[in-house]
Design a binder for this molecule. Structure first.
Ligand code: TXA
Ligand code: MG
Length: 328
């Protein structure tokens, strides 16, 4: 089993960065979900991410950096609207897909000519990244720290539960408390004339349109407001993903003895186990994954979820839920 650090002092982050530089894996908190980090320019270290996750090797990884100044080395081109997005929303829950430089090799991009970049908004993540850059590191590749297809971890305990058995003694888990957003970053393809959302998240269509003054291209909406991924290969876009062991049912009448997740304003039906009663859409996003995990801890067969309606973050929640409901 790997080491575990819950007091993330500057010294501890320096030690963690040194581990990354030596090729170890470091799981770390971000504001979205916990990531499983490796030196993004070290092919062997990145290969271990795939092993630990059990993820197919042709799925691209997001490169995390601490500051705008580290962006240039990873990319070969950036449109004006992407610069505007980066200035407005970084650090934050947004990943930009840009044309890659030679530094972004096939083992990061899955052989595509684009690279995903993000500056996370979390003090432990940024401290780790800064320390890693000081050691000469270019960026940290980090997918969500879960086994492939399963629920992303939003706490260090959940990381341990997911991948603890697959990490080795040289690896490290940094505990920075629960993730504030709770859903993975919005992924925006910035390689075309218009921004295009590949994965909805806390940076919403309205926010992107306001900052860029452009219409977000949405060839991918079904039923008027729901997100449907199409062409580009995004592993989180596989139909069955984000799935707990329990079977997930959406907007149906729950049967006795099953778990139930819904906004606080919705009463708990008789005979079901309330797993979460968030008061807002933001809280729904924040607690969703831990509520799904709690259902598994309680060995429930089924979890019923009343989906939040509306635009914005609710779209991201429904996107993940529709995939959870496809099962494992
Ligand atoms: O919030 C997040 O984005 C978290 C935290 C740790 O930063 N990371 C995360 O990584 O969710 P991951 O690997 O679980 O999901 C990233 C998604 C994958 O589905 C991957 O296929 C897609 O981003 N992706 C990465 N690079 C891409 C690229 N060049 N083109 C298209 N999709 C890309
Ligand atoms: Mg993931």
């Amino acid at each position: 089993m790997s080491n575990w650090i819950s007091n993330c002092t500057a010294d501890a982050l320096h030690e963690a960065a040194a581990k990354l530089a030596r090729g170890a894996l470091v799981a770390f908190p971000t504001e979205t979900v916990y990531g499983l980090g490796a030196d993004a320019s070290n092919v062997e270290a990145v290969a271990r991410i795939y092993e630990v996750k059990g993820r197919p090797a042709d799925h691209p990884l997001i490169v995390h950096i601490a500051d705008f100044k580290y962006l240039e080395q990873w990319i070969s081109d950036i449109p004006e609207y992407a610069i505007a997005l980066a200035r407005e929303f970084w650090p934050g829950p947004m990943t930009l897909i840009l044309k890659r430089s030679d530094l972004a090799q096939d083992f990061i991009t899955g052989g595509q000519n684009t690279v995903g970049i993000r500056i996370p908004d979390n003090s432990v993540a940024l401290g780790l990244l800064e320390a890693f850059h000081k050691l000469g590191g270019a960026g940290i590749a980090a997918p969500s720290a879960n086994r492939f297809g399963q629920v992303s971890p939003t706490t260090a305990e959940a990381v341990k539960e997911e991948i603890g058995d697959y990490l080795s003694e040289i690896d490290l888990v940094l505990d920075g408390g629960p993730s504030e957003v709770g859903l993975e970053s919005t992924i925006i393809d910035c390689t075309g004339d218009l921004p295009r959302i590949l994965r909805p998240g806390a940076i919403t269509i309205a926010m992107i349109e306001e900052i860029t003054g452009l219409e977000v291209s949405k060839p991918s909406y079904k039923n008027s407001d729901d997100f449907k991924q199409e062409t580009i290969r995004v592993s989180g876009s596989l139909e069955n993903h984000y799935a707990p062991k329990a079977k997930v049912f959406l907007d149906q009448q729950p049967v006795d003895g099953s778990g139930f997740i819904a906004l606080e304003s919705i009463n708990t039906p008789d005979g079901v186990i309330r797993l979460a009663a968030p008061e807002s859409i933001e809280e729904f996003a924040r607690v969703l994954y831990s509520a799904l995990r709690e259902g598994d801890h309680q060995n429930l067969d089924c979890i019923y979820i009343a989906q939040p309606t509306g635009e914005g973050l609710a779209i991201a929640i429904r996107d993940r839920l529709s995939r959870s409901a496809k099962g494992r």
